[in-house]
Design a protein around this ligand. Structure first.
Ligand code: NAD
Length: 368
């Protein structure tokens, strides 16, 4: 056991956030015991909960807490109670965007995994996804069309004229490509760049820079696909992808599509990474107000966000893998929350699901 004590900011937020977070802490407890990882968990207020208590969605003390931590485990924010606030004060916009900006989180990782036992949850025909799949979408998060200048609407003689600008510089591509290649090294060792090199100048630069990064990672195979074809292949044969690297706009769309073909949002984690090892880890879904407070939310997205945090920010690979194996085994052995249960399957609540996963971590099930 190392003497190192990590410090993690825990921002549970709103809706199902606190429920799935407390369930995840049950799993974290077993990870600490089983793998000798020592973590100091520090709770902070965010989102609607912070608006109610402190008048703003991201109080200064929460930012300071995050600054003092190696990583942030984030739940979800928002809900009907705060939807009448001015847009800039609403939880998602006023908490998540400033967090991304403050910590320079430029790479967004969204694994979309379909377990073979949950094939019925996918909207795809069972024969297309019979063996399940595991795609990691790596999306550039702070550049491209969403932020490029000029970005404006002007008046012309014939009406209005709107402009968005897609712009990328070498260093922006290089750093997110590095993230993709490093992730691929622990997976099936394949990176596919989705672009529009047939029509976009920026895509040509992406190809050039990504080839350069690939040269530093000789064990990883690189290939290219046009983004429109990637959308098609994700519904035809998602298992053909390992790591799918995209600029901001294509990544926004393709990561949602990959999540949709994987079935329930309750199963999908995400990571947003900046320079160094700092990262923010959160479920791909939101605060699910329709089921909040009922104890039925699937905690797996939050638990797998913990696994990503252990791997990517703390470098605790074995602990991360043991969480993933425990999740896979609980699924294999028939444990289901309502969102992934078939009509004849027995459903369990949030805490019971987390307990099953925690128990398997404690037993070191499927340890390699
Ligand atoms: P949502 O992701 O909260 O819910 C969409 C559907 O997925 C709902 O039916 C919900 O019950 C289900 N779902 C989501 N997570 C689940 C889980 N863990 N287990 C079982 N089912 C789950 O999206 P929405 O309804 O569009 O948004 C609700 C609120 O969440 C809004 O206020 C929105 O602003 C906010 N939101 C926050 C984040 C974030 O914090 N990062 C992201 C998206 C939406």
């Amino acid at each position: 056991m190392s003497n190192k004590v990590y410090r993690i900011a825990v921002l549970a937020g709103d809706g199902i956030g606190p429920e799935v977070m407390s369930a995840t802490m049950r799993v974290a407890e077993e990870v600490e015991k089983r793998h000798g990882v020592q973590i100091e968990w520090k709770d902070g207020l965010v989102g609607g909960a912070a608006i109610d208590a402190k008048g703003k969605a991201l109080p200064e003390e929460t930012i300071e807490l995050c600054r003092s931590a190696q990583a942030v485990l984030f739940g979800s924010v928002g809900g009907p109670k705060w939807e009448t606030l001015p847009p800039n004060e609403q939880p998602e916009r006023a908490a998540l965007l400033p967090l991304r900006k403050t910590f320079g989180l430029y790479a967004n990782l969204r694994p979309a995994v379909l377990y073979p036992e949950l094939v019925a949850c996918s909207p795809l025909r069972p024969d297309r996804v019979a063996a399940g799949f595991d795609v990691l979408v790596v999306r550039e998060l702070t550049g491209g069309l969403y932020f490029g200048q000029p970005k404006e609407t002007t008046q012309t003689a014939r009406g209005e004229r709107a402009v968005d600008t897609m712009v990328y510089e070498t260093h922006e591509i290089e750093r997110v490509a590095e993230v993709a290649f490093r992730a691929a090294a622990h997976r099936k060792k394949r990176v596919t760049l989705a672009d529009k090199a047939n029509v976009l100048e920026t895509s040509l630069l992406w190809r050039k820079v990504v080839r350069g990064v690939a040269a530093k990672h000789p064990s990883i195979t690189l290939d290219f696909i046009y983004a429109d074809n990637a959308a098609m292949q994700l519904v035809r044969d998602p298992a053909r992808f390992d790591v799918l690297l995209c600029e901001n706009l294509f990544g926004d769309m393709l990561s949602d599509q990959a999540a949709a073909v994987a079935g329930s949002l309750g199963m999908l984690p995400s990571a947003s990474l900046g320079e160094g090892s700092f990262g923010l880890y959160e479920p791909a879904g939101g605060s699910a107000p329709d089921i909040a407070g009922k104890g039925v939310a699937n905690p797996i997205a939050q638990i797998l966000s913990l696994a990503l945090l252990l791997e990517m920010s703390l470098g605790e690979l074995e602990a991360a893998q043991s969480v993933r194996r425990a999740v896979a085994e609980a699924i294999r052995e028939g444990w289901r929350t309502a969102d992934v249960a078939g009509p004849t399957e027995k459903k369990v609540g949030t805490r019971a699901m987390a307990q099953e996963i925690a128990r398997r971590v404690a037993l070191g099930r499927g340890k390699s």
